[in-house]
Design a binder for this molecule. Structure first.
Ligand code: CUA
Length: 361
């Protein structure tokens, strides 16, 4: 069952790490405790839970008992009831008061631990957008799944490219809003190797529930570097395009013909699209490029004008790679042979054949 859940989740998010093991689950009460915060959070949660349960059972139990014992009935005489008992009232105010102070001190200590990042933490930049996550590492690597090193504190510097999101890894007991227009910070020290779930936990649009990914905690820095490194220059434009698509586009576009927030991009190359104003356009190099840089210019009928421009966010190489991948999603589109060469050689050759660089100005 656990394997099944892991597999399903993996297929949905099109994991870039194919051999990732199934998620590690916890108990009925908690997901597995995989960070140093769990030892602050879990006992306090259970303490408050059991104290609440004992008080609830005691108060409701006595209430039911008294309701029955002192109910109005024929032949039952009402005695004058006591209105005040100083000793009893002090006892039931002061004793629970100590419990509340205990909760507060324990809770505040845990809260401050979560807010103050240790000085030796590495920094990972987190970019949230409708509807996916992007992680940038100190060595320049970028991924759509998060990769951490066990026992190494890490600070997340988080920004949103559109609306409010929230970063939540239940196994780490850590959650922080990601707010447009400002940075937010949080940190964690993972203590267990494995794959855990990362959710967006702030309703951010119609695909909010799909805004989830994996966190893999590796044993060593070397293992982590292997997982995040991607050889752009050595891979083909189509593969590079697929990776970029997963990072930048898959939140709103499927790589099939099924519509998401935006149109599905499978099988569209060379097809004729009907636009919002009733005119038509053929999906070719120029239309593809314009749709990335100026998405509102030729809006496909039936879709809102809500895609952000990628002007200045994708360079010409990247647009070329995306073009290669999107083209490869249309089975009968003519794929240039060069698109199967390493990226470092491909673009120039395709450009020579066309007499100019494709997908360039
Ligand atoms: Cu992002 Cu919900």
């Amino acid at each position: 069952m656990l394997n099944l859940i892991g597999l399903l989740a993996q297929t949905e998010s099109e994991s870039l790490v194919p051999e990732a093991p199934a998620y590690r689950e916890g108990s009925y009460w908690f997901p597995e405790a995989a960070s140093t915060f769990a030892k602050d959070v879990d006992p306090l949660f259970m303490l408050i839970f059991w104290v609440s349960l004992v008080f609830f059972a005691g108060i409701v139990g006595f209430m039911i008992y008294f309701v029955i014992k002192y109910r109005d009935r024929p032949g039952h005489k009402v005695e004058k009831s006591a209105s005040h008992n100083t000793a009893l009232e002090i006892a039931w105010s002061v004793l629970p008061g100590f419990l509340l102070i205990w909760f507060f001190v324990d809770g505040a200590t845990g809260f401050f631990n979560m807010r103050v990042t240790p000085g030796n933490a590495e920094q990972i930049q987190v970019i949230a957008r409708q509807f996916n996550w992007e992680f940038h590492y100190p060595n320049g690597d970028a991924t759509t799944e998060l990769h951490l090193v066990r026992n190494r504190p890490v600070e997340f510097v988080m920004e949103s490219r559109d609306v409010l999101h929230s970063f939540f890894v239940p196994a780490f007991r850590q959650k922080q809003d990601v707010v447009p227009g400002r940075y937010t910070y949080t940190w964690v020290k993972p203590t267990k190797e494995g794959v855990f779930r990362l959710y967006c936990t702030e309703y951010c649009g119609d695909s909010h529930s799909l805004m989830k990914t994996n966190v893999t905690v590796h044993n060593t820095q070397e293992e982590r570097d292997q997982a995040t490194f991607y050889p752009w220059e050595d891979e083909t434009p189509i593969k590079n395009g697929q990776r970029l698509f997963n990072m930048k586009c898959s939140g709103c576009h499927n790589n099939t013909d099924v519509k998401k927030t935006g149109p599905g991009l499978g099988g569209i190359w060379g097809k004729t699209e009907t636009l919002a104003d009733g005119s038509t356009v053929e999906v070719n190099d120029n239309y593809f490029r314009e749709s990335i840089l100026n998405p509102g210019a030729k809006l496909v009928a039936g879709y809102a004008n809500q895609m952000p421009s990628f002007q200045g966010k994708l360079n010409d190489d990247q647009i070329f790679w995306l073009r290669a991948y999107i083209k490869s999603l249309t089975p009968d589109a003519k794929i240039e042979d060069e698109l199967n060469l390493p990226a470092s050689e491909a673009r120039e050759k395709v450009g020579e054949a066309d007499g100019e660089k494709p997908a360039a100005e």
